[in-house]
Design a protein around this ligand. Sequence first.
Ligand SMILES: Cc1cc2nc3c(=O)[nH]c(=O)nc-3n(C[C@H](O)[C@H](O)[C@H](O)COP(=O)(O)O)c2cc1C
Length: 203
Amino acid sequence: MNSFTSNDDRRPVYFTMTSITERAWDELANAARSRSPFNFLQLATSGLDGSPQLRTVVLRRCDPKEATITFITDTRSPKAIEIGRDPRVSLLGFDPARMIQLRLSGNAQLITDEQKRHEIWAALPERTTALFKMPLAPGTAISDDGDALHRAALDNPDVAFARLAVIIVRLSRLEWLDVSGEDHLRWANELTASGWKDVRLSP
Ligand SMILES: Cc1cc2nc3c(=O)[nH]c(=O)nc-3n(C[C@H](O)[C@H](O)[C@H](O)COP(=O)(O)O)c2cc1C
């Protein structure tokens, strides 16, 4: 078992790689429940023309046992369309206070289970469900004054709910990088043909 201890007070003491992996999953699970820097992740997809595309999404759920994370978006958004074409995604989180980077990758899938979609919809704040009532698809060009947004008659809640895309990402790799101390520490937890494997990496 690989091990590392630190005398540097600013950073946690890591005992084993297993504890790092657990810690990384704990961080994600906590981030899905509360505001933490990892509550906002940068999601990368492949654009329809093959170019990389990045944007921020809110981490809504994390299931460490299933190695899944969930976020929501609008079915009309480019990212939803891109994922439909190529489900391979990467996500990145960064905690500037602790100088920790979390780098994730896996396969994204649209959840079609109506009960799960309803559960997630019911837990969303009004200001978020309101976004789905907008008749203009995300990314639609509008005039500079934004009048089109104010004039738009909002669609009803059923139409809005139909636009909710709940996206679950089955992770196949999770990487933890801590650059808070003199020694930069990097670990990966990766799904291989023989199961999940931890490996410490040169930073
Ligand atoms: C703090 C923050 C959180 C965001 N959360 C989400 C989100 O959970 N889902 C989402 O679809 N867009 C979210 N957005 C907006 C996206 O980053 C993006 O601008 C928008 O969804 C259009 O992306 P697309 O054109 O690549 O589909 C968020 C933006 C910010 C700044």
